[in-house]
Design a protein around this ligand. Structure first.
Ligand code: HEC
Ligand code: HEC
Ligand code: HEC
Length: 135
């Protein structure tokens, strides 16, 4: 019985530290700390902290209406996210959504988030459709 309690406590401890550590998982970065793949543009559609916290609400269909009030920036278009955030690597290749080199997957894999958006939406810019895929 005591053993079981210990196991439960250990589990809770691991879970708790994990949830603290997992609260924010960042995208892939190079040695200089720049996001890879390199996003286009100088800045995102909203400040980074807001993007980390709110991008899911900005994007989700069903919450579109309710959230619209809260979005003071350009309309959050999934096509635009992909245009800026899915860019070719040094060899001119782009990562697909099932690869953790893909910007969206980079955090989601670590955070165990799975989204079905890309069964309908393109995971790379139209200009990249014929491009090689990175390993
Ligand atoms: C005009 C190009 C552009 C568009 C459009 C864009 N982003 Fe960004 N995004 C950037 C850049 C550049 C950064 C780097 C941080 C900054 O703003 O300085 C960034 C940063 C981020 C970050 C923070 C990464 C971190 O450091 O933790 C997230 C999350 C993000 N973008 C998600 C999105 C999503 C989701 C969309 C679509 C709703 C989107 N972005 C649209 C250019 C863009
Ligand atoms: C069953 C197919 C399907 C799925 C799955 C789907 N969408 Fe869409 N989505 C559409 C269609 C169709 C449109 C309207 C056409 C367009 O504008 O691309 C659309 C439009 C959008 C738009 C507005 C247009 C744009 O480019 O921004 C956003 C934002 C969006 N979807 C986000 C999402 C997100 C986030 C997910 C995953 C949580 C998702 N969608 C999953 C079919 C889908
Ligand atoms: C900085 C890390 C990070 C980046 C980069 C990122 N996400 Fe997320 N995303 C998360 C986290 C963490 C969650 C889960 C949040 C939660 O469950 O409260 C999430 C959740 C989501 C959800 C909601 C999933 C659901 O079913 O509730 C959508 C949609 C989404 N992200 C879309 C995107 C798209 C599209 C991109 C790329 C343009 C992207 N994210 C990039 C961290 C990130």
């Amino acid at each position: 019985m005591l053993k079981l309690v210990n196991i439960v406590l250990l589990f809770l401890l691991v879970w708790f530290t994990h949830s603290l550590a997992g609260e924010y998982s960042g995208p892939n970065r190079d040695a200089e700390g720049n996001i890879v793949p390199t996003p286009k543009g100088e800045a995102c559609i909203a400040p980074v902290a807001e993007m980390r916290r709110e991008h899911m609400n900005m994007l989700l269909h069903k919450r579109d209406q309710t959230m619209r009030e809260g979005i003071r920036t350009k309309k959050a278009s999934l096509t635009e996210c992909i245009n800026c955030h899915v860019t070719p690597d040094a060899s001119g290749n782009v990562a697909r959504i099932d690869n953790k080199q893909h910007f969206c997957a980079s955090c989601h894999v670590a955070a165990s988030v799975s989204i079905d958006c890309f069964s309908c939406h393109a995971d790379r810019p139209a200009s990249m459709f014929s491009q090689q895929v990175s390993e």
